[in-house]
Design a binder for this molecule. Sequence first.
Ligand code: ZN
Length: 185
Amino acid sequence: MILPVTVFGDPVLRKVTPDIDKDYKDLHELIENMFETMYNAEGVGLAAPQVGLSVRVFVVDATPMADEEPKLHDFKKAFINPHIIEKDGEEIIMEEGCLSIPFIREEVKRKNRIRMTYFDENWVEHDEVFEGFAARVLQHEYDHLDGILFVDYATPLKKRLLKSKLTAITKGKVQPSYRIKLPKI
Ligand code: ZN
């Protein structure tokens, strides 16, 4: 089932999400719905707060980028209770966008390598190092679980320039191709 995507201004996007338990209800259905919602909106990642749930879960599928980065050929996964335990490597600047902030793209500087622990959808625990574009996508989605959005990294000047565009999103004056859920304000 395709779920509506929460947008900038929704308090759920600003919450730090808690880990979930193994008996979390309908986890497989949630993951399936998140993948479906992400594909429908043509995103490469989607975090639970973006479908209105404050839990520590996100999904990614960067396999379409495998042409440019062959390592991504199988980079389709659900991440449950992810925790980044190390960040290192070069700092790389790249433009990012977000399904919760439609039509805005900004450059974000991020580390090129992370080490993260997480569970997959079968509750198998992983401790893995990710680099390059995978590390970029994971840090963006991980930020969602800590209530951080990519526009938070903009300079104060850029933030001032973005303000009216972000307000327009919150007020529903922006309509992407996928269904969104406006904050109750
Ligand atoms: Zn995002």
